[in-house]
Design a binder for this molecule. Structure first.
Ligand SMILES: Cc1cc2nc3c(=O)[nH]c(=O)nc-3n(C[C@H](O)[C@H](O)[C@H](O)COP(=O)(O)O)c2cc1C
Length: 409
């Protein structure tokens, strides 16, 4: 029963312990919200979650990787306010994931050459990436603080700082992407410097009326990335910096994307929606090699998450493979304070209500990951919820193949 009892994240009380995880909707336009984004989150709030999370919002122009992504700035406070008012009217709380995509962007979207921890090459653009100067890092940290203030003005109860998955903060944390020789590179303490700077600004801006959540990696998910021992130290530092809760995740979008979500990436469906021909056929050719399948299993992060539970005192949010009431209850029984749910709420916005009403409820999501494939060029929608005429024979065939394969769970 713990799942449906109220609980706090800092100063914010949620009606229950379920949170819609930060899963990029691809439903923005011109880096601002749309009615589609509003309606999706209102439906999730109607469906009984304790809190829903809009994802992910760039803290400044260089932070953006898509036009369909939010750029958290004063110009969009009014339409965001409409969204959060509606979420509150439905009894849920509202959170927004804030981050900086670092080296994973395009010149057009970011308004300049992509920036990152170190100079290098961005295969996805494709373009060179410029290593950030220390004075620019101080500005980015302040941008995180400003984003929190904007989120408050827009009516959000919590912010979720994205410090995992190979986004900018994680690009600094990981020795794979951080090859700096200054005080931001080398030792773990140096690699955590940007995280510390951002968190200091975030905590100051959140003051005593907003909840601060940090999403961080338990492992980067590839050889040469961060492993659990260093990630535990990062989590301890996040706790020391005053965060109110941590989301325990893993993976690295540019190197081990399916480690985050598990299963197979439907490459054909993903490339079907791509407009640039060189990208479409390039990814169709090399996609399988670049985006490695990681077998899906229920509660796939639980083994690692237990180690974090044992070391940390602050509220912990479990994410990864919660597929029904039984798995959610197990997470609660193991001492976690909240569960985040991604794909089950893409598939069915009423998933939480169904778990409450039917003790044996299981999501109908099959982890085929069509929603992810589609999100890169269109919006995040489950293949089961779209007009069947949109599923071309090629997409249909791929879905059937993945459905019948052994590794998708
Ligand atoms: C369509 C989609 C988009 C996602 N986008 C984000 C994102 O913007 N930020 C993030 O931290 N995680 C993102 N994720 C990861 C989810 O938040 C979550 O960690 C992951 O899907 C595991 O949870 P699940 O098994 O309940 O789906 C995304 C997942 C999906 C399916």
């Amino acid at each position: 029963m713990k799942l449906f009892t109220p609980a706090r994240i800092g100063p914010v009380t949620l009606r229950n312990r379920t949170i819609r995880s930060a899963a990029f909707e691809g439903m923005g336009r011109d880096n601002g919200p749309t009615e589609q984004l509003r309606d999706y989150h209102w439906a999730v709030a109607d469906g009984g979650v304790g809190m829903t999370t809009l994802a992910y919002a760039g803290v400044c122009r260089s932070a953006l990787s898509f036009d369909t992504q939010l750029w958290l700035r004063p110009a969009i406070i009014k339409p965001l306010r409409e969204i959060t008012d509606g979420i509150h009217a439905r009894g849920a709380k509202a959170s927004i994931q804030i981050g900086h995509c670092g080296n994973m962007t395009h010149i057009k979207t970011a308004g300049g050459i992509p920036v990152g921890a170190s100079t290098g090459f961005n295969l996805y653009s494709p373009t060179i990436v410029r290593g950030l100067r220390p004075d620019e890092l101080a500005t980015i940290a302040r941008d995180f603080g400003d984003a929190v203030r904007t989120a408050r003005d827009a009516g959000f109860d919590c912010v979720e700082v994205h410090a995992g998955h190979g986004y900018l903060i994680s690009q600094f944390l990981s020795p794979y992407t951080n090859r700096r020789h200054d005080c931001f590179g080398g030792s773990l303490s140096n690699r955590m410097r940007l995280l510390r700077m951002c968190m200091e600004e975030v905590m100051m801006a959140a003051d005593n009326d907003m909840g601060v959540i940090v999403k961080t990696n338990m492992r980067d998910g590839f050889r040469g990335g961060m492993e659990i021992d260093e990630c535990l130290k990062v989590a301890c530092e996040i706790e020391r910096l005053g965060a109110h809760a941590i989301v325990l995740s893993g993976g690295f979008v540019s190197k081990a994307p399916m480690y985050v979500m598990r299963g197979e990436m439907p490459i054909y469906s993903m490339t079907h929606y791509m407009k640039q021909l060189w990208l479409k056929y390039g990814v169709r050719l090399c996609g399988k090699m670049m985006i490695k399948t990681e077998p899906f299993r229920e509660l796939y992060f639980l083994d690692d998450a237990r180690r974090f539970r044992a070391e940390l005192k602050l509220p912990l949010i479990y994410v990864g493979g919660v597929v029904g009431r039984e798995t959610a209850d197990q997470v609660m029984d193991e001492g976690f304070d909240f569960v985040q749910i991604g794909r089950a709420l893409v598939h069915d916005t009423d998933f939480v209500r169904r778990m409450q009403e039917e003790p044996c409820h299981r999501s109908g999501c099959e982890h085929i990951n069509y929603c992810i494939a589609r999100m890169y060029s269109k919006d995040m929608v489950c293949h089961r919820n779209i007009d069947k005429s949109e599923l071309t024979p090629g997409i249909h065939k791929e879905i059937e193949r993945i459905r019948s394969s052994a590794h998708h769970g």
